[in-house]
Design a protein around this ligand. Sequence first.
Ligand SMILES: N[C@@H](CCC(=O)N[C@@H](CS)C(=O)NCC(=O)O)C(=O)O
Length: 198
Amino acid sequence: MKILYSPASPYSAKVRMAAHYTGLPIESELVKTDDQPALLVENNPLGKIPVLLREDGSSVFDSRAIMQFLDRASGGKLYPNDREARTQAEVLEALADGITDCLIAHVYERRYRPEEKIHQAWLDKQWSKVTRGLGWLEANPVSFQHGLTGGHIALAALAGYLDLRFAGQWETLWPSHSAFIVEFEAQFPAYADFKPKG
Ligand SMILES: N[C@@H](CCC(=O)N[C@@H](CS)C(=O)NCC(=O)O)C(=O)O
């Protein structure tokens, strides 16, 4: 199997970390979404990464479907068996991905619109969600009681993306992020190899 990815993509970082953590034999292939190559659009009509290419020629997207696929394929290595703990892990992943969605909207607004058409009110609205989301994480510290989960992996991908694209703007909104990363790296030593990179 193979994951189509780009090094800066936070959702790609999430599923590649998850694949590594499960130990499943999955390769990665770099794609440029701006070029919308045939390999990408033929396997995901949305033209987005990540995409998991399976051995039978079928594909799995988006990142949350890939996470659930990897969990099943690995016999449950990504989400706890305990139903309540699993719900919490999935909600943590939804929060991390949701904040990431706002950051991506922010980056794309500035990257793809002509400067005179950048809509500041839209940027501010996205950032208010980021602020609330990070505040939520600060008020509800992440627990590792049930071991490393897909929720933690999604959060580590988000933290890496914040570092990459928003350095100096987010750290005080989630001061306990350093403690989270220390604990995450203790359980996932290869974090530096997988976190989003420019
Ligand atoms: N909800 C999707 C989001 C994927 C996504 O937005 N990926 C970005 C890169 S981080 C992308 O492919 N952008 C290119 C595009 O939108 O055309 C997921 O979780 O996989």
